[in-house]
Design a protein around this ligand. Structure first.
Ligand SMILES: Cc1cc2nc3c(=O)[nH]c(=O)nc-3n(C[C@H](O)[C@H](O)[C@H](O)COP(=O)(O)OP(=O)(O)OC[C@H]3O[C@@H](n4cnc5c(N)ncnc54)[C@H](O)[C@@H]3O)c2cc1C
Length: 307
């Protein structure tokens, strides 16, 4: 018979890590399941962080490492490389079906965040890892002195393009949106970037090349344009990773999970935390907040039957 944990935590981003810390310190029998082989979730795709208290300026991967050290210091058990595919509830027990078998628990804290949206442009899949990237922080150093295009929409695409200007000789920012309004700190950097050329309201047609990306073709102001580039970075948005729990929760139209103030979903003892949750501010500090509240609520519900 499989072991039944007190709490299974899905995802080791800021929300899941914090839930792990609080649940472990409450002496619960827990396990974190994380599909990647690193801790930190989206932190690993973030260059500089300047709004997490205690760290006036820290690189995303450095904060991830600190989170991992914290888990180790408290002996919080984590299994990496485990992707949760489906969560069911039978006779008050959660059953998480994964690529590494089945895990069972009395409560489940789900913090699987979002994923990058693919644009579905011709060549996007073919050249993935051969010039097409979804992570400037991870891949920018490969494009030192080269030409790249950033294809996407909104502030995220601009932020990533500006990051790439520090490495590439030329960055073409191809925005799907026709208008752009930026917060003051980005606006200044945006105006001052000398190696950045912006095209608003583009319709991407094709990413092309032989073995690696060589060019991008798009429609701009009713003309077909072609630019020679060595890489194409895509930032078209993020979609909530709600699929494994979607039968057990209520969501918004966009797929964000609706919870009460204890992070509990419509299924008792199933909690949703972090960016996956329907809320106004998706940040590291608010993800940590959710994780702490959910772990404490799980503890109280399991021990006393009420929060
Ligand atoms: C480019 C960028 C810059 C940002 N800059 C900042 C900033 O400066 N300051 C700030 O406060 N916030 C910033 N953020 C937001 C911040 O990163 C997020 O709010 C935070 O990471 C959310 O934490 P999370 O734990 O909810 O989700 P995530 O960080 O997304 O972590 C989710 C984890 O779940 C795992 N997972 C997903 N599906 C499964 C599954 N089926 N099974 C098992 N594991 C799974 C993922 O691999 C991941 O590790 C930025 C985000 C981006 C994209």
């Amino acid at each position: 018979m499989e072991k039944v944990y007190d709490v299974l935590i899905v995802g080791a981003g800021p929300a899941g890590v914090t839930a792990g810390i609080y649940a472990k310190r409450a002496n619960l029998d827990i396990l974190i399941l994380e599909k990647e082989f690193i801790v930190g979730g989206l932190l690993n795709f973030t260059s500089e962080i300047e709004n997490y208290p205690g760290f006036p300026k820290i690189k995303g991967f450095e904060l991830s490492q600190k989170f991992e050290e914290h888990l180790k210091a408290l002996n919080v058990p984590i299994k990496n490389g485990v992707e949760v595919q489906k969560v069911k509830k039978e006779n008050d027990i959660f059953i998480a079906e994964t690529n590494q078998g089945i895990f069972k628990s009395k409560s489940l804290i789900y913090g699987a965040g979002w994923s990058f949206v693919k644009l579905g442009v011709e060549g996007e899949e073919k050249f993935r890892g051969r010039g097409v990237s979804y992570c400037a922080v991870c891949d920018a150093p490969f494009y030192k002195g080269k030409k790249v295009a950033v294809l996407g929409r909104g502030e995220i695409a601009v932020e990533e393009a500006l990051y790439l200007t520090r490495f590439a000789s030329k960055v073409y920012l191809l925005l799907l949106n026709k208008k752009l309004s930026l917060p003051p700190h980005l606006e200044k950097e945006f105006k001052e970037a000398k190696n950045l050329e912006v095209f608003l309201g583009v319709k991407p047609l094709k990413i092309d090349g032989k073995l690696f990306v060589e060019k991008i073709v798009f429609e701009y102001e009713n003309e077909i344009k072609e630019l020679s580039v060595d890489g194409v970075f895509i930032f078209a948005g993020l979609k909530p990773n709600v699929e494994p729990i979607k039968d057990l929760v209520e969501t918004t139209k966009a797929g964000f999970v609706i919870t009460d103030e204890n992070m509990q979903t419509k299924t008792p003892l199933l909690f949703a935390v972090g960016d996956i949750r329907d809320k106004n501010l998706r940040q590291i500090v608010t993800a940590c907040n959710d994780g702490a509240i959910a772990a404490q609520a799980a503890y109280k519900l399991l021990k006393y039957g009420k929060v």
